[in-house]
Design a protein around this ligand. Structure first.
Ligand SMILES: Nc1ncnc2c1ncn2[C@@H]1O[C@H](COP(=O)(O)OP(=O)(O)OP(=O)(O)O)[C@@H](O)[C@H]1O
Ligand SMILES: [Mg+2]
Length: 346
């Protein structure tokens, strides 16, 4: 692609600017007849960026995170984080990372503040620093009011935020987030996304696993798609989206009979992408491929200007299933989340 810069090995062979470097990683569970959770994985995460690792259940995402956290030893291959080798320098490596696991790791009986304080102490922070850091993070994750309640009384979203706060006590430069928003409601999910974006803005590098295309699109600079322990696609989010198709706008007019006229009107304007607009009279809906936020705004504005009365608009991203279908030509082997839809009543 013209004008695209790729960060590859520079001539001296050193890997400056790469925070996480994984080569030929293999992990086999249960002997030769067992499961090959990782089957020769290569990936890079550039410093200060977010890599999204997208894959269905059992693809190997958590196994990768556990190896990169030194919680699990690989059978073959190598991995370096912030320059530290997972096998040879586990101690130094652990000091530079933060981990928010797929399964919350807070102590149920302790309060939010006690959990954070305890982790600070485990990281060798002096008492006063551990206390200060705990309060700072409680504030930042809107948990100050619940600080003294035992974690078992927290909602799923509060628990997830506490977990994120816990992973940040030691001011990690590389953060692993393993399905950070699975099971959260949309509002809480947005709060977690905001917090991740803020961290990246402050210079953190993030490796994020997710089953949601929407999450990957929101947060990731680059994506690696896993299936059965292998990387089946990788690249910038826009490159992959171009491959699998991006968002679609769905417009439902107040009068279902007008969908055909809407499609015709759009086609006549010659706006980008509107030639792909499809009217579905049976549904009373019009579908338009979205190419950019500007185009989306222009399409909606134009329909209003031409006097069409709109009852409902919403956008739709391809689901993980559709992404897999587009990349591999087959359905995912795992079970995946449903398609992402965000609706807005007009
Ligand atoms: N400790 C273990 N012992 C045996 N098999 C394991 C172990 N951990 C993971 N596996 C297997 O390795 C494969 C990859 O699992 P992993 O947890 O890495 O997947 P995942 O992508 O994180 O899935 P999910 O989206 O469900 O979290 C699966 O087939 C799983 O059953
Ligand atoms: Mg997992």
């Amino acid at each position: 692609m013209v004008g695209m810069t790729r960060i590859d090995k520079n001539p001296s062979g050193n890997r400056r600017g790469i925070a996480v470097e994984v080569r030929g990683l293999v992990k086999q569970f249960g002997g030769s007849q067992g499961t090959r959770a990782l089957d020769g994985v290569d990936l890079d995460v550039r410093e200060g960026t977010v890599l999204g690792v997208l894959g269905p259940n059992g693809a190997g995402k958590t196994t990768l995170v556990r190896i990169l956290s030194t919680l699990l030893r690989p059978d073959a291959g190598s991995a370096r984080v912030a320059g530290y080798d997972v096998l040879r320098q586990p101690r130094q490596l652990r000091r530079t990372i933060g981990l928010t696991g797929q399964y919350a790791s807070v102590d149920e009986k302790l309060s939010g503040r006690e959990n954070l304080y305890m982790i600070g102490r485990l990281l060798d922070l002096p008492r006063s620093d551990a206390r200060r850091r705990a309060d700072e993070l409680l504030e930042r994750f809107s948990l100050t009011d619940a600080a003294k309640k035992p974690a078992m009384q927290y909602s799923g979203g509060m628990r997830r935020r506490l977990d994120l706060a816990a992973s940040m006590i030691g001011r990690p430069s590389v953060l692993y987030l393993d399905e950070p928003t699975t099971g959260l409601d949309p509002r809480t999910r947005n709060e977690v996304w905001d917090e991740v974006q803020r961290l990246v803005g402050e210079g953190a590098t993030v490796l994020l696993t997710t089953q949601y295309m929407e999450e990957a699109e929101q947060l990731a600079d680059e994506l690696t798609v896993f299936d059965r322990g292998r990387v089946i696609a990788s690249g910038r989010v826009d490159e992959l989206k171009a491959k699998v198709g991006g968002r679609t706008l769905r417009v439902v007019p107040t009068d279902p009979a007008t969908v055909t006229a809407m499609a015709r009107t759009l086609a006549e304007t010659g706006l980008d992408g509107v030639s792909g607009a499809t009217a579905v009279p049976d549904e009373g809906a019009l579908y338009v491929p979205i190419l950019s936020d500007e185009q989306l705004t222009a399409v909606i504005g134009l329909l209003g200007e031409r006097g069409f009365s709109i009852a409902h608009i919403g956008t739709h991203l391809p689901s993980l299933d559709e992404v897999f279908l587009a990349i591999t030509g087959e359905k995912t082997t795992g079970t995946t989340g449903a398609a992402e839809t965000e609706g807005v009543a007009a």
